[in-house]
Design a protein. Structure first.
Length: 647
Protein backbone atom coordinates (compact mmCIF):
# COMPACT_ATOMS: atom_id res chain seq x y z
CA UNK A 1 0.00 0.00 0.00
CA UNK A 2 2.83 2.39 0.91
CA UNK A 3 6.40 1.73 -0.22
CA UNK A 4 9.73 3.46 0.35
CA UNK A 5 12.66 2.72 -1.98
CA UNK A 6 16.11 4.02 -0.99
CA UNK A 7 14.22 6.90 0.59
CA UNK A 8 16.03 9.74 2.37
CA UNK A 9 14.58 12.66 4.27
CA UNK A 10 16.22 15.92 5.30
CA UNK A 11 15.12 18.82 7.50
CA UNK A 12 17.24 21.84 6.63
CA UNK A 13 20.85 20.73 6.65
CA UNK A 14 20.19 17.71 8.87
CA UNK A 15 19.73 14.27 7.28
CA UNK A 16 17.05 12.50 9.34
CA UNK A 17 16.51 9.27 7.39
CA UNK A 18 18.63 7.64 4.70
CA UNK A 19 18.33 4.64 2.37
CA UNK A 20 14.98 3.47 3.74
CA UNK A 21 13.47 0.39 2.05
CA UNK A 22 10.08 -0.39 3.52
CA UNK A 23 6.61 -1.64 2.55
CA UNK A 24 3.58 -0.91 4.75
CA UNK A 25 0.63 -3.20 4.06
CA UNK A 26 -3.00 -2.11 4.13
CA UNK A 27 -4.79 -2.71 7.42
CA UNK A 28 -1.67 -2.53 9.58
CA UNK A 29 -1.75 -0.47 12.76
CA UNK A 30 1.82 0.75 12.85
CA UNK A 31 3.47 2.44 15.83
CA UNK A 32 6.28 4.80 14.80
CA UNK A 33 8.77 5.11 17.66
CA UNK A 34 12.19 6.62 18.30
CA UNK A 35 13.87 9.39 20.24
CA UNK A 36 12.73 12.98 19.89
CA UNK A 37 14.26 14.48 16.74
CA UNK A 38 14.76 11.16 14.95
CA UNK A 39 12.34 12.08 12.14
CA UNK A 40 8.95 10.67 13.17
CA UNK A 41 6.92 13.82 12.52
CA UNK A 42 8.96 14.54 9.37
CA UNK A 43 8.04 11.08 8.07
CA UNK A 44 4.36 11.97 8.58
CA UNK A 45 4.92 15.25 6.73
CA UNK A 46 6.37 13.29 3.80
CA UNK A 47 3.32 11.00 3.73
CA UNK A 48 1.06 14.07 3.74
CA UNK A 49 3.02 15.62 0.88
CA UNK A 50 4.13 18.69 2.84
CA UNK A 51 7.81 17.61 2.89
CA UNK A 52 9.66 16.26 -0.12
CA UNK A 53 12.10 13.40 0.14
CA UNK A 54 15.78 14.13 -0.30
CA UNK A 55 16.39 10.98 -2.35
CA UNK A 56 14.67 7.75 -3.40
CA UNK A 57 10.96 7.15 -3.89
CA UNK A 58 7.81 7.18 -1.81
CA UNK A 59 4.85 5.50 -3.54
CA UNK A 60 1.25 5.68 -2.34
CA UNK A 61 -2.02 4.82 -4.04
CA UNK A 62 -3.51 7.88 -5.76
CA UNK A 63 -6.99 7.05 -4.45
CA UNK A 64 -5.86 6.83 -0.86
CA UNK A 65 -8.05 8.88 1.50
CA UNK A 66 -5.78 10.34 4.17
CA UNK A 67 -6.80 11.84 7.52
CA UNK A 68 -4.62 13.53 10.13
CA UNK A 69 -4.99 15.83 13.11
CA UNK A 70 -4.59 19.54 12.41
CA UNK A 71 -1.99 21.27 14.59
CA UNK A 72 -3.95 24.52 14.91
CA UNK A 73 -7.63 25.18 15.59
CA UNK A 74 -9.08 28.45 14.29
CA UNK A 75 -11.16 30.49 16.75
CA UNK A 76 -14.43 29.76 14.99
CA UNK A 77 -17.94 30.71 16.08
CA UNK A 78 -19.16 27.30 14.82
CA UNK A 79 -20.62 24.83 17.31
CA UNK A 80 -18.22 22.09 18.38
CA UNK A 81 -20.40 19.35 16.91
CA UNK A 82 -20.61 21.15 13.56
CA UNK A 83 -16.82 21.59 13.53
CA UNK A 84 -16.36 17.85 14.09
CA UNK A 85 -19.00 16.97 11.49
CA UNK A 86 -17.00 19.08 9.02
CA UNK A 87 -14.25 16.47 9.23
CA UNK A 88 -16.31 14.48 6.72
CA UNK A 89 -15.97 17.14 4.02
CA UNK A 90 -18.10 15.33 1.43
CA UNK A 91 -20.97 14.83 3.87
CA UNK A 92 -20.72 18.41 5.16
CA UNK A 93 -20.87 19.71 1.57
CA UNK A 94 -23.94 17.57 0.80
CA UNK A 95 -25.71 18.85 3.95
CA UNK A 96 -24.91 22.43 2.94
CA UNK A 97 -26.21 21.78 -0.59
CA UNK A 98 -29.44 20.39 0.83
CA UNK A 99 -29.93 23.39 3.12
CA UNK A 100 -29.17 25.90 0.36
CA UNK A 101 -31.49 24.12 -2.08
CA UNK A 102 -34.25 24.22 0.54
CA UNK A 103 -33.77 27.96 0.99
CA UNK A 104 -34.01 28.47 -2.79
CA UNK A 105 -36.97 26.13 -3.09
CA UNK A 106 -35.06 24.07 -5.69
CA UNK A 107 -36.70 20.69 -5.19
CA UNK A 108 -34.58 18.92 -7.81
CA UNK A 109 -31.29 20.05 -6.21
CA UNK A 110 -32.71 19.23 -2.81
CA UNK A 111 -33.62 15.68 -3.89
CA UNK A 112 -30.16 15.23 -5.41
CA UNK A 113 -28.46 16.38 -2.20
CA UNK A 114 -30.80 14.19 -0.14
CA UNK A 115 -29.86 11.15 -2.23
CA UNK A 116 -26.16 11.94 -1.82
CA UNK A 117 -26.53 12.20 1.97
CA UNK A 118 -28.27 8.81 2.03
CA UNK A 119 -25.42 7.30 -0.03
CA UNK A 120 -22.95 8.63 2.51
CA UNK A 121 -25.03 7.26 5.40
CA UNK A 122 -25.09 10.86 6.48
CA UNK A 123 -28.35 11.29 8.35
CA UNK A 124 -26.71 9.74 11.40
CA UNK A 125 -23.61 11.90 10.85
CA UNK A 126 -24.49 14.31 13.63
CA UNK A 127 -25.03 11.38 16.00
CA UNK A 128 -21.61 9.96 15.04
CA UNK A 129 -19.98 13.32 15.68
CA UNK A 130 -21.73 13.46 19.06
CA UNK A 131 -20.42 10.00 19.98
CA UNK A 132 -16.87 11.07 19.11
CA UNK A 133 -17.20 14.17 21.28
CA UNK A 134 -18.63 12.13 24.13
CA UNK A 135 -15.85 9.54 23.91
CA UNK A 136 -13.20 12.26 24.04
CA UNK A 137 -14.69 13.71 27.20
CA UNK A 138 -17.02 16.49 26.02
CA UNK A 139 -20.17 16.63 28.17
CA UNK A 140 -23.42 16.81 26.12
CA UNK A 141 -24.05 20.44 27.16
CA UNK A 142 -20.77 21.51 25.47
CA UNK A 143 -21.53 20.06 22.02
CA UNK A 144 -23.26 23.26 20.90
CA UNK A 145 -20.64 25.60 22.36
CA UNK A 146 -18.59 27.69 19.92
CA UNK A 147 -15.12 26.37 19.10
CA UNK A 148 -13.60 29.71 20.11
CA UNK A 149 -14.82 29.25 23.69
CA UNK A 150 -12.65 26.16 24.30
CA UNK A 151 -9.10 26.25 25.70
CA UNK A 152 -6.08 24.98 23.77
CA UNK A 153 -6.15 21.44 25.15
CA UNK A 154 -9.86 21.02 24.41
CA UNK A 155 -9.40 22.43 20.90
CA UNK A 156 -6.78 19.73 20.39
CA UNK A 157 -9.45 17.16 21.28
CA UNK A 158 -11.80 18.77 18.75
CA UNK A 159 -9.16 18.38 16.05
CA UNK A 160 -8.73 14.72 17.00
CA UNK A 161 -12.49 14.13 16.81
CA UNK A 162 -12.59 15.88 13.42
CA UNK A 163 -9.83 13.58 12.11
CA UNK A 164 -11.68 10.48 13.37
CA UNK A 165 -14.86 11.74 11.70
CA UNK A 166 -13.14 11.89 8.31
CA UNK A 167 -13.65 8.72 6.20
CA UNK A 168 -10.11 7.51 5.54
CA UNK A 169 -7.97 4.66 4.27
CA UNK A 170 -4.86 6.01 6.01
CA UNK A 171 -4.99 7.70 9.42
CA UNK A 172 -1.95 9.55 10.78
CA UNK A 173 -1.98 10.36 14.50
CA UNK A 174 0.91 12.25 16.11
CA UNK A 175 0.75 12.06 19.92
CA UNK A 176 -3.06 11.74 20.07
CA UNK A 177 -3.12 11.03 23.83
CA UNK A 178 -1.53 14.34 24.82
CA UNK A 179 -4.07 16.37 26.84
CA UNK A 180 -6.39 13.35 27.14
CA UNK A 181 -7.30 11.87 30.50
CA UNK A 182 -7.24 8.13 31.18
CA UNK A 183 -10.92 7.61 30.32
CA UNK A 184 -10.52 9.27 26.92
CA UNK A 185 -7.32 7.28 26.25
CA UNK A 186 -9.13 4.00 26.95
CA UNK A 187 -11.99 5.05 24.67
CA UNK A 188 -9.61 6.06 21.87
CA UNK A 189 -7.75 2.77 22.22
CA UNK A 190 -10.96 0.82 21.60
CA UNK A 191 -11.97 3.07 18.69
CA UNK A 192 -8.63 2.59 16.95
CA UNK A 193 -8.76 -1.19 17.39
CA UNK A 194 -11.98 -1.14 15.36
CA UNK A 195 -10.55 1.16 12.67
CA UNK A 196 -10.64 -0.62 9.29
CA UNK A 197 -7.96 1.37 7.44
CA UNK A 198 -4.19 1.64 7.86
CA UNK A 199 -3.06 3.47 10.98
CA UNK A 200 0.30 5.12 11.61
CA UNK A 201 0.63 6.46 15.13
CA UNK A 202 3.36 8.30 17.04
CA UNK A 203 2.97 7.93 20.78
CA UNK A 204 5.07 7.87 23.95
CA UNK A 205 2.42 5.91 25.87
CA UNK A 206 3.62 2.31 25.88
CA UNK A 207 0.39 0.82 27.29
CA UNK A 208 -1.62 2.65 24.64
CA UNK A 209 0.71 1.36 21.90
CA UNK A 210 0.46 -2.18 23.28
CA UNK A 211 -3.32 -2.00 23.11
CA UNK A 212 -3.53 -0.62 19.56
CA UNK A 213 -0.66 -1.50 17.22
CA UNK A 214 0.08 -4.67 15.27
CA UNK A 215 3.50 -3.56 13.97
CA UNK A 216 6.30 -1.30 15.18
CA UNK A 217 8.59 0.92 13.09
CA UNK A 218 11.72 1.93 14.99
CA UNK A 219 13.60 4.99 13.74
CA UNK A 220 17.16 5.13 15.03
CA UNK A 221 20.32 6.84 13.74
CA UNK A 222 18.85 7.54 10.32
CA UNK A 223 17.56 4.00 9.77
CA UNK A 224 14.10 2.43 9.99
CA UNK A 225 13.50 -1.15 11.08
CA UNK A 226 10.12 -2.89 11.03
CA UNK A 227 9.02 -5.31 13.75
CA UNK A 228 5.88 -7.44 13.90
CA UNK A 229 3.97 -7.09 17.15
CA UNK A 230 3.20 -4.40 19.68
CA UNK A 231 5.61 -2.25 21.67
CA UNK A 232 6.33 -4.91 24.32
CA UNK A 233 7.17 -7.43 21.59
CA UNK A 234 9.47 -4.83 19.99
CA UNK A 235 11.26 -4.27 23.31
CA UNK A 236 11.92 -7.99 23.74
CA UNK A 237 13.15 -8.41 20.17
CA UNK A 238 15.25 -5.25 20.31
CA UNK A 239 16.86 -6.36 23.57
CA UNK A 240 17.72 -9.75 22.05
CA UNK A 241 19.18 -8.11 18.94
CA UNK A 242 21.30 -5.77 21.06
CA UNK A 243 22.49 -8.72 23.15
CA UNK A 244 23.48 -10.65 20.03
CA UNK A 245 25.15 -7.53 18.63
CA UNK A 246 27.19 -7.09 21.80
CA UNK A 247 28.21 -10.76 21.78
CA UNK A 248 29.28 -10.44 18.14
CA UNK A 249 31.22 -7.26 18.92
CA UNK A 250 33.05 -8.83 21.85
CA UNK A 251 33.84 -11.97 19.83
CA UNK A 252 35.12 -9.85 16.95
CA UNK A 253 37.22 -7.68 19.24
CA UNK A 254 38.82 -10.80 20.71
CA UNK A 255 39.60 -12.09 17.22
CA UNK A 256 41.00 -8.69 16.24
CA UNK A 257 43.29 -8.68 19.25
CA UNK A 258 44.49 -12.21 18.48
CA UNK A 259 45.18 -11.42 14.80
CA UNK A 260 46.91 -8.14 15.62
CA UNK A 261 49.09 -9.88 18.20
CA UNK A 262 50.25 -12.45 15.60
CA UNK A 263 50.91 -9.73 13.00
CA UNK A 264 52.90 -7.62 15.46
CA UNK A 265 55.02 -10.60 16.50
CA UNK A 266 55.80 -12.14 13.12
CA UNK A 267 55.40 -9.50 10.35
CA UNK A 268 59.17 -8.81 10.41
CA UNK A 269 60.14 -12.52 10.18
CA UNK A 270 60.60 -13.82 6.65
CA UNK A 271 59.53 -17.34 7.67
CA UNK A 272 56.19 -16.05 8.99
CA UNK A 273 55.58 -13.23 6.51
CA UNK A 274 53.04 -15.23 4.49
CA UNK A 275 51.00 -16.13 7.55
CA UNK A 276 51.16 -12.51 8.77
CA UNK A 277 49.90 -11.25 5.40
CA UNK A 278 47.03 -13.75 5.52
CA UNK A 279 46.01 -12.52 8.97
CA UNK A 280 46.21 -8.88 7.86
CA UNK A 281 43.73 -9.64 5.07
CA UNK A 282 41.47 -11.42 7.55
CA UNK A 283 41.64 -8.40 9.87
CA UNK A 284 40.59 -6.06 7.06
CA UNK A 285 37.59 -8.24 6.20
CA UNK A 286 36.11 -8.26 9.69
CA UNK A 287 32.72 -6.53 9.55
CA UNK A 288 33.34 -4.03 12.34
CA UNK A 289 30.29 -4.79 14.48
CA UNK A 290 29.58 -1.79 16.71
CA UNK A 291 29.40 -2.04 20.46
CA UNK A 292 25.94 -1.57 21.92
CA UNK A 293 25.43 1.94 23.23
CA UNK A 294 23.02 2.71 26.04
CA UNK A 295 19.87 4.15 24.47
CA UNK A 296 18.52 6.03 27.48
CA UNK A 297 20.14 9.48 27.32
CA UNK A 298 19.99 10.26 31.04
CA UNK A 299 18.47 9.53 34.41
CA UNK A 300 17.62 11.83 37.29
CA UNK A 301 16.30 11.72 40.82
CA UNK A 302 14.28 13.71 43.31
CA UNK A 303 16.49 14.58 46.31
CA UNK A 304 15.66 13.00 49.65
CA UNK A 305 13.33 15.22 51.71
CA UNK A 306 14.80 17.00 54.71
CA UNK A 307 11.95 15.91 56.99
CA UNK A 308 9.23 13.31 56.49
CA UNK A 309 6.36 13.66 58.98
CA UNK A 310 4.12 10.64 59.50
CA UNK A 311 0.78 12.39 59.02
CA UNK A 312 1.33 14.95 56.29
CA UNK A 313 -2.06 16.26 55.20
CA UNK A 314 -5.73 15.54 55.95
CA UNK A 315 -9.00 16.65 54.41
CA UNK A 316 -11.97 16.23 56.77
CA UNK A 317 -15.57 16.56 55.51
CA UNK A 318 -14.36 18.84 52.71
CA UNK A 319 -16.73 20.47 50.22
CA UNK A 320 -14.62 21.46 47.20
CA UNK A 321 -15.28 23.36 44.00
CA UNK A 322 -14.98 26.75 42.31
CA UNK A 323 -16.44 30.20 42.54
CA UNK A 324 -18.14 31.10 39.25
CA UNK A 325 -19.69 34.31 37.98
CA UNK A 326 -22.91 33.29 36.18
CA UNK A 327 -23.31 36.60 34.35
CA UNK A 328 -21.66 39.94 33.84
CA UNK A 329 -22.09 41.98 36.99
CA UNK A 330 -23.63 39.04 38.82
CA UNK A 331 -22.59 37.69 42.22
CA UNK A 332 -20.20 34.76 42.35
CA UNK A 333 -21.78 31.44 43.25
CA UNK A 334 -20.26 28.18 44.41
CA UNK A 335 -19.91 25.41 41.85
CA UNK A 336 -19.58 22.37 44.13
CA UNK A 337 -17.66 19.49 42.55
CA UNK A 338 -16.87 17.21 45.52
CA UNK A 339 -18.66 16.73 48.84
CA UNK A 340 -17.91 15.04 52.15
CA UNK A 341 -14.28 14.33 51.20
CA UNK A 342 -12.21 12.47 53.79
CA UNK A 343 -8.71 12.03 52.43
CA UNK A 344 -5.36 11.74 54.20
CA UNK A 345 -1.76 11.37 53.08
CA UNK A 346 0.74 9.51 55.24
CA UNK A 347 4.52 9.35 54.89
CA UNK A 348 5.58 7.12 51.99
CA UNK A 349 2.08 6.71 50.51
CA UNK A 350 1.89 6.57 46.71
CA UNK A 351 -1.65 7.27 45.55
CA UNK A 352 -3.03 7.31 42.00
CA UNK A 353 -6.25 9.24 41.37
CA UNK A 354 -8.68 7.66 38.90
CA UNK A 355 -11.97 8.99 37.65
CA UNK A 356 -13.97 10.09 34.60
CA UNK A 357 -13.20 13.32 32.84
CA UNK A 358 -14.53 16.34 34.73
CA UNK A 359 -15.25 14.31 37.88
CA UNK A 360 -12.96 16.46 40.03
CA UNK A 361 -9.45 14.93 40.09
CA UNK A 362 -7.76 18.27 39.42
CA UNK A 363 -10.15 19.95 41.88
CA UNK A 364 -9.05 17.50 44.57
CA UNK A 365 -5.35 18.09 43.81
CA UNK A 366 -5.80 21.88 43.89
CA UNK A 367 -7.60 21.56 47.23
CA UNK A 368 -4.78 19.40 48.59
CA UNK A 369 -2.14 21.92 47.54
CA UNK A 370 -4.18 24.83 48.91
CA UNK A 371 -4.77 26.53 45.57
CA UNK A 372 -8.54 26.17 46.08
CA UNK A 373 -10.12 27.09 49.40
CA UNK A 374 -12.78 24.56 50.45
CA UNK A 375 -16.39 25.70 50.90
CA UNK A 376 -16.70 23.52 53.97
CA UNK A 377 -14.74 21.12 56.14
CA UNK A 378 -11.16 21.39 57.33
CA UNK A 379 -7.75 21.03 55.64
CA UNK A 380 -5.07 20.03 58.18
CA UNK A 381 -1.41 20.42 57.23
CA UNK A 382 1.70 19.32 59.16
CA UNK A 383 4.08 22.20 59.92
CA UNK A 384 6.95 20.40 58.11
CA UNK A 385 4.95 19.70 54.94
CA UNK A 386 6.76 20.77 51.77
CA UNK A 387 4.73 20.30 48.57
CA UNK A 388 6.10 19.93 45.06
CA UNK A 389 3.18 20.68 42.72
CA UNK A 390 3.16 20.03 38.96
CA UNK A 391 -0.02 21.08 37.16
CA UNK A 392 -0.90 21.14 33.49
CA UNK A 393 -0.30 24.92 33.48
CA UNK A 394 3.11 24.67 35.21
CA UNK A 395 5.01 24.37 31.91
CA UNK A 396 3.20 27.42 30.52
CA UNK A 397 4.25 29.51 33.53
CA UNK A 398 7.98 29.33 32.66
CA UNK A 399 9.32 32.84 32.04
CA UNK A 400 9.78 33.55 28.33
CA UNK A 401 13.28 34.66 27.38
CA UNK A 402 14.78 33.23 30.59
CA UNK A 403 17.23 30.33 30.78
CA UNK A 404 17.13 27.30 33.12
CA UNK A 405 19.81 29.00 35.21
CA UNK A 406 17.72 32.21 35.39
CA UNK A 407 14.76 30.24 36.72
CA UNK A 408 16.92 28.61 39.37
CA UNK A 409 18.45 31.95 40.42
CA UNK A 410 14.90 33.26 40.91
CA UNK A 411 14.30 30.43 43.40
CA UNK A 412 17.65 30.60 45.22
CA UNK A 413 19.39 33.96 44.62
CA UNK A 414 22.18 33.36 47.15
CA UNK A 415 23.38 29.95 45.90
CA UNK A 416 26.67 29.63 44.00
CA UNK A 417 26.27 29.46 40.21
CA UNK A 418 28.38 26.29 39.93
CA UNK A 419 26.14 24.46 42.39
CA UNK A 420 23.11 25.36 40.26
CA UNK A 421 24.86 24.31 37.04
CA UNK A 422 25.83 20.97 38.57
CA UNK A 423 22.21 20.42 39.59
CA UNK A 424 20.86 21.36 36.14
CA UNK A 425 23.37 18.97 34.58
CA UNK A 426 21.73 16.05 36.39
CA UNK A 427 18.51 17.02 34.57
CA UNK A 428 20.30 17.09 31.19
CA UNK A 429 20.73 20.86 31.05
CA UNK A 430 24.52 20.60 31.06
CA UNK A 431 27.07 23.02 29.65
CA UNK A 432 25.71 25.83 27.51
CA UNK A 433 22.18 24.38 27.71
CA UNK A 434 21.86 25.97 31.15
CA UNK A 435 22.12 29.40 29.48
CA UNK A 436 19.75 28.78 26.56
CA UNK A 437 16.40 30.57 26.45
CA UNK A 438 13.36 28.39 27.14
CA UNK A 439 11.76 30.01 24.07
CA UNK A 440 13.51 27.45 21.88
CA UNK A 441 12.78 24.45 24.12
CA UNK A 442 10.45 21.65 23.07
CA UNK A 443 7.43 20.77 25.20
CA UNK A 444 9.35 17.84 26.69
CA UNK A 445 12.33 20.02 27.61
CA UNK A 446 10.05 22.57 29.27
CA UNK A 447 8.34 19.84 31.29
CA UNK A 448 11.74 18.48 32.34
CA UNK A 449 12.82 21.94 33.50
CA UNK A 450 9.58 22.39 35.47
CA UNK A 451 10.20 19.06 37.24
CA UNK A 452 13.81 20.08 37.95
CA UNK A 453 12.62 23.31 39.59
CA UNK A 454 10.27 21.28 41.78
CA UNK A 455 13.06 18.85 42.72
CA UNK A 456 15.35 21.73 43.75
CA UNK A 457 13.04 22.52 46.70
CA UNK A 458 13.40 18.96 48.11
CA UNK A 459 9.64 18.43 48.68
CA UNK A 460 8.38 15.62 50.91
CA UNK A 461 5.02 15.44 49.06
CA UNK A 462 4.70 15.43 45.27
CA UNK A 463 1.32 16.34 43.76
CA UNK A 464 1.61 15.65 40.03
CA UNK A 465 -1.28 16.38 37.64
CA UNK A 466 -0.53 14.92 34.17
CA UNK A 467 3.28 15.30 34.31
CA UNK A 468 3.96 13.16 31.20
CA UNK A 469 2.42 15.38 28.51
CA UNK A 470 5.15 16.02 25.90
CA UNK A 471 7.59 13.57 27.52
CA UNK A 472 9.07 10.89 25.24
CA UNK A 473 9.38 7.22 26.19
CA UNK A 474 12.92 7.56 27.56
CA UNK A 475 11.95 10.54 29.72
CA UNK A 476 8.83 8.74 30.98
CA UNK A 477 10.94 5.74 31.98
CA UNK A 478 13.41 8.04 33.75
CA UNK A 479 10.52 9.79 35.55
CA UNK A 480 9.03 6.43 36.59
CA UNK A 481 12.42 5.34 38.01
CA UNK A 482 12.86 8.65 39.85
CA UNK A 483 9.38 8.51 41.38
CA UNK A 484 9.85 4.86 42.37
CA UNK A 485 13.00 5.86 44.28
CA UNK A 486 11.45 8.96 45.86
CA UNK A 487 11.33 8.68 49.67
CA UNK A 488 8.42 11.08 50.18
CA UNK A 489 4.69 10.73 49.52
CA UNK A 490 3.08 11.00 46.08
CA UNK A 491 -0.36 11.78 44.64
CA UNK A 492 -0.49 11.25 40.87
CA UNK A 493 -3.05 12.03 38.16
CA UNK A 494 -1.99 10.62 34.79
CA UNK A 495 -3.35 9.03 31.62
CA UNK A 496 -0.12 6.99 31.36
CA UNK A 497 -1.07 3.56 32.72
CA UNK A 498 2.54 2.36 32.71
CA UNK A 499 3.58 5.23 34.99
CA UNK A 500 0.57 4.70 37.28
CA UNK A 501 1.29 0.99 37.56
CA UNK A 502 5.02 1.51 38.18
CA UNK A 503 4.83 4.09 40.98
CA UNK A 504 1.41 3.87 42.70
CA UNK A 505 0.67 1.44 45.53
CA UNK A 506 -3.01 2.34 45.92
CA UNK A 507 -5.77 4.05 43.94
CA UNK A 508 -8.63 6.36 44.84
CA UNK A 509 -11.60 6.87 42.55
CA UNK A 510 -13.09 10.34 42.04
CA UNK A 511 -16.60 10.00 40.60
CA UNK A 512 -20.15 11.26 41.11
CA UNK A 513 -19.03 13.97 43.53
CA UNK A 514 -17.30 11.50 45.86
CA UNK A 515 -13.73 10.42 46.65
CA UNK A 516 -13.28 6.83 47.81
CA UNK A 517 -10.59 4.11 47.83
CA UNK A 518 -10.67 1.90 44.73
CA UNK A 519 -10.14 -1.77 45.50
CA UNK A 520 -8.57 -2.97 42.27
CA UNK A 521 -5.92 -2.33 39.63
CA UNK A 522 -6.03 -0.43 36.33
CA UNK A 523 -7.59 -3.37 34.48
CA UNK A 524 -10.38 -3.42 37.07
CA UNK A 525 -10.84 0.31 36.57
CA UNK A 526 -11.12 -0.14 32.78
CA UNK A 527 -13.81 -2.79 33.35
CA UNK A 528 -15.63 -0.45 35.77
CA UNK A 529 -15.60 2.26 33.12
CA UNK A 530 -17.10 -0.09 30.53
CA UNK A 531 -19.83 -1.14 32.95
CA UNK A 532 -20.54 2.50 33.79
CA UNK A 533 -20.72 3.47 30.11
CA UNK A 534 -22.98 0.54 29.26
CA UNK A 535 -25.30 1.39 32.16
CA UNK A 536 -25.46 5.03 31.04
CA UNK A 537 -26.34 3.99 27.49
CA UNK A 538 -29.01 1.64 28.80
CA UNK A 539 -30.50 4.39 30.97
CA UNK A 540 -30.46 6.88 28.10
CA UNK A 541 -32.17 4.37 25.84
CA UNK A 542 -34.92 3.77 28.39
CA UNK A 543 -35.49 7.52 28.77
CA UNK A 544 -35.63 7.91 25.00
CA UNK A 545 -38.10 5.04 24.65
CA UNK A 546 -40.28 6.47 27.41
CA UNK A 547 -40.25 9.86 25.75
CA UNK A 548 -41.21 8.47 22.35
CA UNK A 549 -43.92 6.08 23.56
CA UNK A 550 -47.49 7.30 23.73
CA UNK A 551 -49.12 6.59 27.10
CA UNK A 552 -51.81 3.95 26.53
CA UNK A 553 -55.23 5.21 27.51
CA UNK A 554 -57.69 2.54 26.50
CA UNK A 555 -58.67 -0.74 28.10
CA UNK A 556 -56.75 -2.85 25.61
CA UNK A 557 -53.48 -1.10 26.54
CA UNK A 558 -54.21 -1.77 30.21
CA UNK A 559 -54.87 -5.42 29.42
CA UNK A 560 -51.58 -5.59 27.53
CA UNK A 561 -49.71 -4.19 30.52
CA UNK A 562 -51.43 -6.62 32.85
CA UNK A 563 -50.57 -9.53 30.53
CA UNK A 564 -46.94 -8.50 30.55
CA UNK A 565 -46.95 -8.33 34.33
CA UNK A 566 -48.42 -11.83 34.49
CA UNK A 567 -45.66 -13.34 32.33
CA UNK A 568 -44.87 -16.77 33.83
CA UNK A 569 -41.89 -16.83 36.19
CA UNK A 570 -40.69 -20.01 34.48
CA UNK A 571 -39.92 -18.11 31.25
CA UNK A 572 -37.90 -15.60 33.21
CA UNK A 573 -35.93 -18.41 34.90
CA UNK A 574 -35.24 -20.00 31.49
CA UNK A 575 -33.89 -16.70 30.18
CA UNK A 576 -31.69 -16.32 33.23
CA UNK A 577 -30.36 -19.87 32.86
CA UNK A 578 -29.56 -19.29 29.18
CA UNK A 579 -27.76 -16.04 30.04
CA UNK A 580 -25.65 -17.78 32.70
CA UNK A 581 -24.71 -20.57 30.28
CA UNK A 582 -23.70 -18.01 27.67
CA UNK A 583 -21.58 -16.15 30.25
CA UNK A 584 -19.72 -19.39 31.05
CA UNK A 585 -19.15 -20.10 27.34
CA UNK A 586 -17.79 -16.58 26.82
CA UNK A 587 -15.46 -16.92 29.80
CA UNK A 588 -14.17 -20.28 28.51
CA UNK A 589 -13.61 -18.88 25.01
CA UNK A 590 -11.93 -15.74 26.37
CA UNK A 591 -9.53 -17.87 28.40
CA UNK A 592 -8.73 -19.85 25.24
CA UNK A 593 -8.07 -16.62 23.33
CA UNK A 594 -5.72 -15.41 26.08
CA UNK A 595 -3.80 -18.69 25.90
CA UNK A 596 -3.46 -18.48 22.12
CA UNK A 597 -2.42 -14.81 22.29
CA UNK A 598 0.27 -15.72 24.85
CA UNK A 599 1.56 -18.43 22.49
CA UNK A 600 1.70 -15.94 19.61
CA UNK A 601 3.54 -13.45 21.82
CA UNK A 602 6.08 -16.17 22.64
CA UNK A 603 6.55 -16.84 18.92
CA UNK A 604 7.16 -13.16 18.28
CA UNK A 605 9.67 -13.06 21.15
CA UNK A 606 11.66 -15.94 19.60
CA UNK A 607 14.41 -14.60 17.26
CA UNK A 608 14.12 -17.79 15.19
CA UNK A 609 10.71 -16.61 13.99
CA UNK A 610 12.38 -13.80 12.08
CA UNK A 611 14.67 -16.15 10.22
CA UNK A 612 11.69 -17.79 8.57
CA UNK A 613 9.46 -16.56 5.72
CA UNK A 614 7.84 -13.13 6.01
CA UNK A 615 4.45 -14.70 5.36
CA UNK A 616 4.64 -16.51 8.71
CA UNK A 617 5.20 -13.25 10.61
CA UNK A 618 2.29 -11.68 8.72
CA UNK A 619 0.11 -14.68 9.61
CA UNK A 620 0.96 -14.26 13.29
CA UNK A 621 0.14 -10.54 13.19
CA UNK A 622 -3.16 -11.14 11.38
CA UNK A 623 -4.12 -13.89 13.84
CA UNK A 624 -3.33 -11.55 16.76
CA UNK A 625 -5.59 -8.86 15.33
CA UNK A 626 -8.37 -11.41 14.68
CA UNK A 627 -8.22 -12.78 18.24
CA UNK A 628 -8.17 -9.32 19.81
CA UNK A 629 -11.20 -8.30 17.78
CA UNK A 630 -13.09 -11.45 18.78
CA UNK A 631 -12.17 -10.90 22.44
CA UNK A 632 -13.42 -7.31 22.32
CA UNK A 633 -16.81 -8.43 20.94
CA UNK A 634 -17.09 -11.18 23.55
CA UNK A 635 -16.22 -8.84 26.42
CA UNK A 636 -18.90 -6.38 25.31
CA UNK A 637 -21.48 -9.18 25.22
CA UNK A 638 -20.26 -10.47 28.62
CA UNK A 639 -20.76 -7.06 30.23
CA UNK A 640 -24.28 -6.76 28.83
CA UNK A 641 -25.23 -10.25 30.09
CA UNK A 642 -23.78 -9.63 33.56
CA UNK A 643 -25.73 -6.37 33.82
CA UNK A 644 -28.88 -8.23 32.77
CA UNK A 645 -28.34 -10.93 35.40
CA UNK A 646 -27.60 -8.38 38.13
CA UNK A 647 -30.79 -6.50 37.23
Amino acid sequence: MISFRHFALRRGSRLLLSDIDLVIQGGWRLGVIGRNGCGKSSLFAALQGTLEGDAGELEMSGKLRLASVAQETPALPDAAIDYVLGGDEELAAAIRDEAEAGERGDMEAMAKAHHRIEELNGYDGRARAGRLLHGLGFPPETHERAVQEFSGGWRGRLNLARALMCPSDLLLLDEPTNHLDLDAVLWLEEWLRRYQGTLLIISHDREFLDGVITHTLHLNEGKARLYTGNYSAFERLRAEQLRQQQISHEREQAERAHLQSFIDRFKAKASKAKQAQSRMKRLEKLSGTEAVRAERPFSFQFPAPGRLPDSMLQLEDIVAGYQVDPSAGGHEVANIVLSDVRFSIEAGERIGLLGPNGAGKSTLVKTLVGELEPFGGERKVHKDLKVGYFAQHTVESLREGASPLDHLIDKAPGVATQVMRDFLGTWNFAGDRAFESVDGFSGGERARLALALIAWDKPNLLLLDEPTNHLDLDMREALADALADFDGALVLVSHDRHLLGMVCDSFWRVADGEVAPFDGDLDDYARWLKTRTAAAKKSAKKIEECGQASPPSDARAQDARAGTARRPAAAQRDNEKAARQRVKKIETRTAGIDTELAALEAQLADPATYNGPTSEMMRIGQRQAQLRGEKEVLETEWLALVEQLEA
